[in-house]
Design a protein around this ligand. Structure first.
Ligand code: SF4
Ligand code: SF4
Ligand code: SF4
Length: 267
């Protein structure tokens, strides 16, 4: 049977929060039984945009990771509370608003932190993938509908079609170590999870354009030309030791455990 999936491109998210607000607009002060109670005005982040700054001034960047409930096929929340949480045939995971009443412990059953406690209603809540809309003719949820950059895409596909898409587009799951088999996939996740080495090359106090910079690590050997400002940046790196060479001569050795601006290199 066709399944529901979200694909979120980290490189296209600029933290405008339209998706977050659209989720609030849809769910705050709106009860959608039997899907969910109304979302409280404050405290819940069903679309939780996480932020990470990398590097050191002036070579920094910021990545945003919009994170709703991952609608896991192998959901830890369902394993812990099969009486209260279930997965529909189309892959959407929902909390039963009646059976989950008063059970604050549901919040701790999600390793992604996607379940929130509604103190007033006395119920645990999370992203429903806007199932109430999808079941009434909407083709995409509110967050995907409101994203101006197209960072959030929604698909209804056979699992085999999705498998092909994942392979073709090199999609990844967030925190795969939980083995939750999420139905939310990410593009360009390295922008949030991996490291970079950046720097600048000068000669005679002038930016050196088109210098050949080579980075060598245990599992990486990559080269690039410096840009107009003499800058270079190698991204999607694992922690470890790296050597940097400019025009064939080693100029630096670094140990990378956080994204690094190596500064200005004079050659
Ligand atoms: S609406 Fe799109 S661009 Fe804006 S924060 Fe959400 S995912 Fe990012
Ligand atoms: S992200 Fe959390 S709440 Fe959502 S299905 Fe997975 S374990 Fe359950
Ligand atoms: S799918 Fe619907 S409920 Fe889930 S985060 Fe998006 S707008 Fe909110």
């Amino acid at each position: 049977m066709k399944q529901r999936y979200l694909v979120i491109d980290v490189a296209l998210c600029h933290d405008c929060n339209n998706c977050f607000i659209a989720c609030k607009d849809e769910h705050v002060m709106n009860n959608w039984p039997p899907y969910t109670e109304a979302q409280p005005r404050h405290g819940h982040r069903w679309m939780n945009i996480q932020r990470k700054e990398r590097g050191q001034y002036p070579r920094i960047d910021v990545a945003y990771l919009p994170m709703p409930c991952q609608h896991c096929e192998n959901a830890p929340c369902i394993a812990a509370h099969p009486d209260c949480i279930s997965r529909r045939d189309d892959g959407i995971v929902l909390i039963d608003i009646e059976k989950a009443k008063g059970k604050k412990e549901l919040v701790d059953s999600c390793p992604f932190g996607a379940i929130y406690w509604n103190e007033d209603a006395g119920v645990a809540q999370k992203c429903t993938m806007c199932a109430h809309l999808l079941d009434n003719g909407w083709e995409i949820p509110r967050c995907a509908h409101s994203c101006p950059t197209g960072a959030i895409q929604f698909y209804t596909l056979e699992p085999s079609e999705m498998e092909k898409k994942v392979a073709d587009e090199k999609l990844e799951r967030y925190l795969p170590g939980y083995n939750a088999d999420a139905h939310v996939y990410y593009k360009n996740l390295f922008r949030y999870e991996k490291l970079f080495i950046a720097g600048g090359v000068i000669r005679d106090n002038e930016c050196l354009e088109d210098a050949e910079v080579t980075l060598t690590g245990e599992e990486v050997k990559a080269s690039q030309k410096t840009n107009y400002f003499g800058d270079f940046k190698f991204d999607n790196l694992e922690p470890g030791e790296y050597s940097i060479a400019v025009n064939g001569d080693e100029v630096k050795r670094v140990y990378l455990d956080t994204s690094l601006n190596v500064g200005t290199i004079s050659v």
